[in-house]
Design a protein around this ligand. Structure first.
Ligand SMILES: *[C@@H]1O[C@H](CO)[C@@H](O)[C@H](O)[C@H]1NC(C)=O
Length: 591
């Protein structure tokens, strides 16, 4: 416990130094309508007293065709003559602000952000107020990065609210699971938190702390399965299944969450590429649900409409298809390359480009990026000290505690006694990696603690042995593992999956534990002095029927990918400092 408390103080000390540094190094965030630039700040689009739609219309009317086209891709260049800086639409914040997209840099005074548990684990808390507070923390940390001059975008491509219908899907870990209602509630909580609305739905007058994006619209749960890729996959979905299963989370995300972004998916639905589906983007999302944010393609999802799917006969036709459908920005460079030709060939009216740009600049304005110096505005006061703050570290720990599930506990095996004289054998390929705990779309995190380190905090006499060569476990040293298990009072097996087994562009073909993992578990359990504890790190489900019925396996814990505080949470559960059957009770503030 001492270590745990110290580790909370440590980031606090570091942040004192970073905020001192921030004051010395006055890195400015990029913004438009600079009052010290009199040639640009008098434009009507800079007048904060005018409605945003009027300001956006004014801005778009001042652009040349080439300037307009330049703004239709994720890396939008600066327009210096109008005092408009470059903007990056692509940033990621699935379970914490991540350095995965192109809009956030961790190369300044801020070197990491709070890495909450992977979403499938957080969802297992069934606690929408927890989800909201995580969203809030992410939005705050995002704004702090922008204020510190380490962001050129405030649009985050999360949450992933696709229904995890096929348990082999490599990206199921990113989602709240297979239930449309739970997924919808997750979406609403996360989006309100990130964007700065209250938990109960109170609005920040259309302003955005940061922008969230409901993705991937729609019916996407296949990445790469036996040679079929998401780029070519055509999901055949009945209208009833679409209405009952796949669409409700998106409808909630837009209507109650008031998300300012949507991403259309790579896959086709009933033959039509999602980004070219006018019925989906314009009729359903915008008109039926009242969506008034921006719609981005998934990365290179426009080029595949022509190149991989052959749906559009020419590159220009693909441009026309997506812009007329209602998509606004292309992650990639396809629209930059082919839009001019589409206009010249009179296939695309310029008004379609203006429509898209109106949505794009409206979102940038709602983020407050066209209001002059942002440090003088409400969100401008969010300082670097919120990033990795003690409060956010505690929240990451609480999320891991409340998500971890006790699946089996025969004869009250858990919790183990906190006794100085016991010895512990920690066996398994997932026992000594802090990175595995984070899952995908993660990092850099504030802290890094492996399960081995966290358990050693409780039991000094802990012997660690991986047992398998890797998580794939094609080769296992079972006899050695058995010997180690025989010599210890208690055995914890840390098994399951990692990103080599399930990830973007990699689906599984079955649900069993990889390679020789099951054999290792069974042999070790048989040899151990007492029934063993099996811990599973995995996003997608694994079939552990064998362990359920094995009397030598006393306890089973499912820990998803529990984030940067996950190892501490696991150790607390194993040694009784947290009861996985109890929620941490936090009074809901009625805002
Ligand atoms: C951080 O990285 C970005 C993007 O690569 C770069 O533009 C910027 O200059 C870097 N900043 C520092 C302080 O190195």
């Amino acid at each position: 416990m001492i270590f745990h408390k110290l580790s909370l103080v440590f980031p606090l000390l570091c942040l004192c130094f970073t905020s001192l540094l921030t004051r010395v190094d006055s890195t400015q965030p990029p913004f438009s309508c600079d009052p010290s630039n009199p040639s640009t700040e008098t434009f009507p689009f800079c007048k904060t007293t005018l409605p945003i739609s009027q300001r956006a219309r004014d801005l778009v009317s001042r652009l040349t065709l080439d300037e307009k086209i330049s703004q239709l891709v994720n890396s939008a260049p600066a327009i210096p003559r109008l005092g408009i800086p470059a903007y990056e639409w692509w940033s990621e914040a699935l379970h914490g602000v991540a350095g995965v997209g192109k809009g956030i840099f961790f190369n300044g005074t801020i070197r990491g952000a709070t890495s909450f548990p992977q979403v499938i684990l957080t969802a297992a808390s069934f606690d929408s107020y927890l989800w909201y507070r995580i969203g809030q923390a992410i939005g705050l940390e995002a704004r702090a990065l922008y204020n510190a001059g380490q962001a050129i975008g405030m649009t985050f491509w999360a949450p992933n609210i696709n229904i995890f219908r096929d348990p082999r899907w490599g990206r199921g870990q990113e989602t709240p699971g297979e239930d449309p209602l739970v997924t919808g509630k997750y979406a609403v909580s996360y989006v309100r938190g990130v964007q700065g609305d209250t938990f109960n739905g109170g609005k920040l007058k259309g302003k955005l702390q940061a922008s969230a994006c409901c993705k991937h619209f729609t019916a996407y749960d296949l990445d790469n399965w036996k040679g079929t890729t998401r780029y070519k996959f055509d999901a055949r979905v009945t209208m009833q299944d679409l209405a009952d299963t796949y669409q409700p989370p998106f409808e909630s995300c837009v209507k109650q969450g008031r998300a300012s972004g949507i991403m259309c998916a790579y896959n086709r639905v009933n033959g039509i590429p999602s980004c070219a589906d006018r019925n989906l983007l314009s009729k359903t999302a915008r008109r039926q649900w009242g969506f008034h944010g921006y719609i981005t393609s998934d990365c290179d999802a426009v080029s595949i409409i022509h190149d991989a799917q052959g749906y559009a006969k020419s590159p220009e036709d693909a441009v026309v298809d997506v812009l007329k459908a209602g998509m606004d920005v292309n992650c990639g460079s396809f629209l930059q390359k082919h839009t001019k030709a589409a206009v010249k060939q009179k296939k695309l009216p310029e008004s379609e480009i203006d429509r898209a740009l109106h949505n794009l600049f409206s979102v940038r304005m709602r983020l407050g990026l066209f209001n002059g110096n942002p440090t003088t505005q409400p969100f401008g006061k969010i300082g670097a000290d919120v990033v990795c703050s003690p409060a956010h570290q505690v929240l990451a720990l609480q999320a891991a505690q409340d998500g971890i599930v006790l699946l089996k506990n025969s004869h009250g095996l858990l919790p183990l006694p906190k006794s100085k004289s016991v010895s512990l054998a920690l066996i398994g390929p997932n026992a000594n990696s802090a990175k595995t705990l984070l899952g995908n779309y993660a990092g850099p995190s504030c802290r890094s603690i492996t399960p081995l380190q966290a358990l050693q905090n409780y039991v000094e006499n802990t012997v660690y042995y991986p047992g398998c060569d890797t998580v794939a476990c094609s080769s296992a040293s079972i006899d050695k593992a058995v010997d180690i298990a025989k010599g210890a009072d208690h055995v914890v097996l840390m098994m399951g999956l990692d990103q080599t087994q399930e990830k973007e562009e990699l689906d599984r073909v079955d649900l069993v534990l990889p390679g020789r993992q099951q054999e290792l578990i069974t042999r070790v359990a048989e040899a151990a002095k007492k029934p063993v504890i099996l811990v599973l790190l995995c996003g997608g489900p694994v079939d552990i029927t064998f362990a359920k019925y094995d009397r030598n396996i006393g306890s089973i814990l499912w820990a998803g990918y529990p984030g940067e505080a996950g190892a501490v949470a696991l150790a607390e559960v194993i040694f009784g400092d947290h009861n996985p059957g109890e929620f941490t009770v936090i009074a809901v503030e009625m805002q």
